[in-house]
Design a binder for this molecule. Structure first.
Ligand code: GLU
Length: 322
């Protein structure tokens, strides 16, 4: 049984974060998220498979860019590290998520900006768009331990403003990097962004990463440990758009955010933490989500780079472990 203080802490932190009520939801998702602008939810799943939620944790929202981490992991699992590295870099870009930018050799900077995410979609094996989507949905669902689906309503909103993503796919195609039709690759990318989850399901997806690729609720091994290590490494350095540097210094967790207001953080060996609140800051990160993470990282001592005494040497000087 999870300590009841986990739920109490989540509820208390949600109330603190509720104060941060400014910012706007992504304008192109206004119609889809019409009732939800002030929604606020958080959930934790531990590597023991215990899930604890607070706020509107049963409401669904689209993964959006959080999906980029999952598709990258699928590409790594299916194609191997060397092949994926030949097509997608692992360097923070320091630019906006949808910048038309490439490294000197033509590779996108990393898999968590749109260029790299579209490239990762282009590496997913399958003869047809349907087969590739089937594989992705299977893996996403295995990560969550639940049956996940695409929201057709979110997808329609995505398709209306996809010009930039088409431009990115054509940029990759013109460098000879895409083997599939660029329009199909963008369709696949938009569909992965439109997969809906609850914060509870997203927390389980994070806990599967925290458990080295084995879902702690179902016991199923979804990814090899090396795949998860690679994915978490780019989440740590590139997961929060062009605010990734301040994120690491302040919160210190591998994480990924999305324009729906979704956020996922992972504490390896310990837990997955998911939050949802649609109002965004100028980087495209959820304002309340960032506050929740900042506060919970302090409260639960989650920063993965903080110095901790080895267990055998921890004295009574206040050093804590998790
Ligand atoms: N589907 C969105 C896009 O590619 C996702 C953006 C995001 O969450 O950052 O524009």
């Amino acid at each position: 049984m999870t300590d009841p203080r986990v739920h109490e802490d989540l509820v208390a932190t949600l109330e603190e974060a509720r104060e941060f009520g400014w910012g706007e939801p992504a304008d192109y998702l206004r119609d889809v998220q019409r009732r939800d602008h002030d929604a606020l939810a958080a959930a934790v799943c531990t590597t023991d498979g215990e899930v604890v939620g607070a706020g509107q944790h049963d409401r669904t929202f689209a993964l959006q860019s959080v999906s980029k981490a999952f598709t990258y992991a699928v590409a790594l699992q299916e194609c191997g590290l060397d092949r994926v590295l030949a097509f997608i870099g692992v360097e923070p870009s320091g630019e906006a998520f949808n910048e038309l930018s490439q490294l000197d050799d033509g590779r996108p900077f990393n898999p968590l900006i749109n260029a790299g995410a579209i490239m990762a979609q282009g590496l997913v094996p399958g003869d047809t768009l349907e087969e590739r989507e089937q594989l992705l949905l299977e893996r996403y669902s295995a990560l969550a331990g639940d049956d996940l689906q695409v929201s057709e309503e979110v997808l329609r909103a995505e398709q209306v403003r996809a010009d930039r993503n088409f431009a990115l796919a054509h940029m990759l195609a013109s460098s000879g990097m895409l083997t599939y039709d660029p329009h199909e690759v963008v369709q696949g990318y938009l569909r992965q962004c439109s997969v809906e989850v609850t914060t509870g399901q997203l927390a389980v997806m994070g806990a599967t990463f925290a458990s080295g690729g084995r879902n702690p609720v179902t016991g199923e091994r979804v990814f090899e440990e090396r795949v998860v290590q690679q994915t978490l490494s780019v989440m740590l350095t590139c997961g929060m758009y062009d605010a990734s540097g301040s994120w690491v210094t302040q919160v210190g967790l591998p994480a990924k955010s999305g324009v729906s207001g979704a956020m996922l953080g992972v504490v390896p060996g310990s837990l997955g933490l998911a939050t949802w609140s649609p109002r965004l800051d100028s980087h495209g990160n959820s304002i309340r989500g960032v506050e929740l993470f900042r506060r919970l990282s302090d409260r639960w001592d989650l920063h993965v780079l903080r110095h901790r005494e080895p267990l055998s040497q921890a004295g009574d000087d206040g050093a804590t472990t998790h």
